[in-house]
Design a protein around this ligand. Structure first.
Ligand SMILES: [Zn+2]
Length: 471
């Protein structure tokens, strides 16, 4: 009960913060940062050590050393602020697929970053953070996206929401929806996750039967579904279409909006911090700056001026206490809008310019061009026993090079055969049985010093496939 009261208070505070404008947002940011720093220094041995040379109080954010995923993961047990949360415990927990969306130790939400970000990260959210994200979704994001009439239409549809996402792992997107489904009977009926790995015809049939008011999918999946909608095989009347997870090609989202006859909304979210920003009617992402800080920086970690794309961003998550992220290198390139957004929101407006997961365009035996989604490839390969991470490099219209990095003690030949078999079976389901998979001797490559790992590297568009079916 106290939880529900807490959520109402959080929702009311979200509303007040926006009404108070920039000053109200900045005041909350400052207070929450001070509380987070005090907590991290007292309860996280990692941060206590990292900040030991700094004064006890009033340290400006910019004076704090940035942190990276490999550093934090290596120091996991010292990083967390609850001594009952351990890396071994979390790893044992996520190794069991039956525990997806069940709370770890009865209270924490756990997710792993998908293969697209390289070595998997393990992220643990406490109850306070979960309540903040729930409040942001219901009190801030959905009202802006749906509008008053849209909310009424959604209510008439029982708030049915279908999400076509990567499943089978503790991924933030699908895992979060599963967690929501377990809150109550009506949510269990109203929310549905459909695996992006399923054949398109099956997805279309299930979506038609479910008839959701809100549809969420990766841009590449949305494009395929929009083609089905335009062809009349998919017959949805969504109030909200939400894209997430990857950046979209120019023009593609306009086609999706036309097909579904509603605007395509964007949520900027990561395994490290959920619902960071949400798009407005002018297609800018508005940061929930009362609950997180994003610092766009250049290669030398100096602030990037508004209007210019950054090299990366440093994230400080003000909502989650159990695993403090303070000036964490997120790896995205972000551009901050220099002037006020015409939508009138006092929340800072940004664009994410560097989340470019490649979509593979492969040539089928009959000459058609078939699109393959990087996240689908990721969830197919990531489950291979003995595999730490993989990278697919397209070398021709129908050839792929498969780079593998193994877990300690794994048999290379065995893992290679298993990974190639999984990938081959998936491609065959998509009509790409002829595609050649060449095992590579070199390991996966990181694209830039602080840049994100790319699980899929496609060849430039022109040479990817014979034009049929492509844009
Ligand atoms: Zn706006």
């Amino acid at each position: 009960m106290s939880n529900r009261l807490g959520r109402w208070r959080t929702a009311l505070d979200l509303w007040r913060a926006q009404r108070e404008g920039a000053a109200g947002l900045a005041r909350r940011q400052e207070q929450r940062l001070a509380a987070l720093l005090a907590h991290a220094r007292s309860a996280s041995p990692y941060y206590r050590r990292l900040y030991s040379h700094l004064p006890a109080e009033r340290v400006p954010l910019q004076a704090l050393p940035p942190v990276t995923k490999p550093e934090l993961m290596a120091a996991f047990d010292d990083w967390v602020t609850d001594r009952g949360v351990t890396r071994a415990g979390v790893e044992a927990f996520i190794a069991d697929p039956a525990r997806i969306a069940t709370p770890y130790r009865g209270e924490f939400f756990v997710c792993t970053s998908a293969g697209t970000t390289g070595r998997p990260g393990l992220f643990v959210y406490d109850r306070g953070a979960i309540d903040v994200y729930r409040a942001i979704t219901s009190a801030r994001v959905t009202p802006v996206w749906a509008g008053a009439r849209g909310l009424l239409r959604m209510a008439r549809c029982g708030f049915r929401w279908a999400a076509v996402l990567g499943t089978g792992g503790h991924y933030a997107g699908a895992g979060w929806i599963e967690l929501e489904r377990q809150r109550s009977g009506w949510r269990a009926r109203a929310l549905r996750v459909l695996s992006v790995q399923r054949p398109l015809a099956e997805l279309v049939a299930e979506l038609n039967a479910f008839d959701p008011a809100m549809l969420t999918a990766y841009p590449s999946a949305l494009e395929l579904l929009a083609q089905e909608q335009a062809a009349g095989r998919l017959r949805l009347q969504p109030v909200i279409v939400e894209r997430g997870g990857e950046s979209a090609e120019p023009g593609a989202m306009a086609r999706v909006a036309t097909a579904f006859r509603c605007a395509v909304r964007d949520l900027y979210s990561a395994s490290e911090c959920m619902t960071m920003a949400f798009s407005c009617a002018h297609d800018w992402l508005h940061l929930n700056s009362d609950w997180l800080i994003l610092e766009p920086v250049d290669e030398d970690l100096r602030p990037t001026p508004p209007g210019q794309p950054s090299h990366t961003v440093l994230l400080t998550n003000l909502a989650n206490r159990v695993q403090p992220l303070i000036r964490y290198d997120l790896g995205d390139s972000v551009l901050v809008r220099p002037d006020a957004c015409p939508c009138g929101s006092p929340l800072p407006a940004i664009r994410v310019v560097g989340r470019r997961d490649d979509v593979l365009r492969l040539r089928a035996a009959d000459g058609r061009s078939v699109k393959i989604l990087p996240l689908a490839v990721g969830s197919v390969l990531d489950e291979t026993p003995g595999l730490l991470r993989s990278q697919l490099v397209q070398t021709g219209a129908a050839t792929l090079r498969l780079r593998l990095e193994l877990r300690a003690g794994a048999d290379r030949e065995q893992v290679r055969r298993a990974a190639a078999a999984r990938l081959g079976a998936y491609l065959a389901e998509q009509g790409l049985a002829e595609v050649e998979i060449v095992p590579a001797s070199e390991p996966p490559e990181q694209s830039a010093r602080l840049g994100k790992f790319r699980q899929v590297i496609a060849v430039p568009r022109a040479g990817a496939a014979s034009g049929a079916g492509a844009e």
